[in-house]
Design a protein around this ligand. Structure first.
Ligand SMILES: [Zn+2]
Length: 77
């Protein structure tokens, strides 16, 4: 008789994502309970939590970060 191994959700996601965060790829993951989203690290999980699934706000934040990365403040104020 063939033995079937049943993995818990964490173990399944760990295999699928090879132990890395689903967003940034960091190896220190922190499982996000509730709705399964796979493995996430703590900073990415906190960021998602703050955004409350608001994809439009996520795009605005990305635009903001790009704009400010390109605009280096002048050293001579
Ligand atoms: Zn991450």
């Amino acid at each position: 008789m063939q033995q079937v191994t049943i993995l818990d959700p964490y173990e399944r996601w760990y295999e699928v994502q090879q132990g890395a965060c689903g967003i940034c790829g960091r190896k220190q993951v922190d499982y996000c309970g509730g709705k399964p989203r796979g493995l996430l690290c703590a900073p990415c999980r906190l960021a998602l939590s703050s955004l409350q699934n608001d994809r439009q706000r996520a795009k605005l934040i990305q635009t903001y970060l790009q704009r400010h990365a390109e605009q280096t403040p002048s050293q001579s104020a």
